[in-house]
Write a protein that binds this ligand. Structure first.
Ligand code: ADP
Length: 398
């Protein structure tokens, strides 16, 4: 069964084609700058790479072009578009409507639309991808995999904010959490690696990429996570502040006369590693700058690592017993230096890093704890697209 996985953003479409259940990746690519100058599609199908620079005005035109390439034998594509058997969509916000992956029906579409108020930048383009795909592939099953779904198992004391309860009742103001597909994928991988039944596995999962979030996972279910109503809360990120005193918004409004929109931009796009370092939002660049003596890069990385440590402490308390701390995503998978800084001195909590194992564990599944560490410390590469393909296959093959 050929399964196309789509992540439709406001001006881009990322896609990947899988052969399931073999889990072979047949193709992957990205179409960028839809409706802007310099639209570009890059794609690799097996060994054949394609790059097209041509104006692409709409998502419809873009997805049409993607399908054309995926089905063009001259570009290494499959030779018949009827052979795309199902489509899996990444959808950012499922609100309280979805605690698991769903076959897309009219009702599901309406629920995604209803949740757009909670993710105005993400759900509308996700929905556009779904509608365009339905027009291009009538009758082909489409499946929605939600970033929020994995965290719907959080207990009320973890998801409610201590603000007037009426705001939850009327506006659904609460913690939702994101990166759920990644936290769920690494949870399954880690339980398998540890040879433990997932229902008896407690983990702290650290997704450290451009966006960063952590989850406390009890018995394979999320019981807390660091992102909240929006992906701004929690850890320090590339350009997002993470946790701050919410009164900062009022303070900036008064002290600098900044508008709400300006403060939103400041906290989401000009803060985090970029805002503190003034150098970059990229951890690799900052590690290099720090090594070259850049003091602001060092300060940014210190704050970044300290905040991950604090959440490890908090989630250790939330879980009681922790079988493993899991590092994933760009930074978590590839940076021994950051992992070392995060975990330094956490022995009393049960986390002992094997420095040599840590150094060599780059981009691969590995246990980087000492044999006598009470809890394991694991590096687990994430693969959100594969999990979307698996979910889509499970639902479409029914
Ligand atoms: P996204 O959230 O966009 O998917 P990624 O998961 O790819 O992002 O993570 C991007 C981050 O990973 C960047 O900060 C990048 O510097 C970092 N990263 C990737 N490789 C390394 C590495 N070898 N050492 C340190 N950081 C790395």
């Amino acid at each position: 069964m050929k399964i196309l996985v789509i992540n439709s953003g406001s001006s881009s479409i990322k896609f990947e084609l899988f052969d399931m259940p073999a889990e072979n990746r047949l193709a992957r690519g990205i179409l960028q700058r839809i409706g802007e100058p310099g639209s570009q599609l890059t794609c690799s199908i097996g060994e054949v790479r394609t790059r097209l620079d041509q104006p692409i005005a709409t998502h419809e035109q873009g997805l049409g072009l993607i399908v054309e390439i995926l089905t063009d034998p001259a570009r290494g594509g499959i030779d018949d578009d009827a052979r795309i058997d199902a489509i899996g969509h990444r959808v950012v916000h499922g609100g309280e409507s979805f605690s698991e992956t769903a076959l897309i029906t009219g009702e599901v579409e309406r629920a995604i639309e209803a949740n757009s108020a909670l993710a105005p930048l993400h759900n509308p383009p996700n929905l556009m991808g779904i509608r365009v795909a339905r027009r291009l592939f009538p009758g082909v099953p489409q499946v929605a995999v939600f970033d929020t779904a994995f965290h719907q198992t959080m207990p009320e004391h973890a998801y409610l904010y201590p603000v007037p309860l009426e705001l939850y009742d009327s506006l659904k103001v609460r913690r939702y959490g994101f990166h759920g597909t990644s936290h769920r994928f690494v949870t399954m991988q880690a339980a398998g690696f540890l040879e433990r039944p997932i229902a008896e596995t407690n983990l702290i999962t650290c997704h450290l990429g451009n966006g960063c979030s952590m989850a406390a996972v009890r018995g394979g279910r999320s019981i807390d996570t660091s992102m909240g109503l929006t992906p701004l809360e929690g850890l320090m990120m590339g350009t997002r502040s993470g946790d701050i005193d919410p009164a900062l918004v009022v303070f900036l409004h008064n002290a600098r006369k900044l508008s709400i929109a300006e403060i939103d931009t400041l906290l989401n796009k000009q803060s985090g590693l970029l805002g503190v370092s003034g150098v970059s939002n990229d951890v690799r660049t900052l590690l290099e700058a720090e090594a070259a003596g850049n003091e602001r890069a060092a300060r940014a990385l210190d704050i970044y690592c300290y905040r991950v440590r604090k959440y490890i402490g908090a989630y250790t308390a939330a879980l009681g017993t922790v079988h493993a701390v899991v590092f994933t995503a760009g930074v978590g998978e590839n940076s021994p230096a950051i992992r070392e800084r995060v975990l330094e001195g956490l022995g009393p909590l049960g986390y002992y890093l094997d420095h040599e194992a840590n150094t060599t564990a780059v981009g691969r599944l590995a246990d980087i704890s000492t044999p006598d560490s009470p809890a394991r410390i694991l590096v687990v590469p994430t693969d959100e697209e594969l999990l979307i393909a698996r979910d889509t296959y499970r639902i479409a093959a029914r």
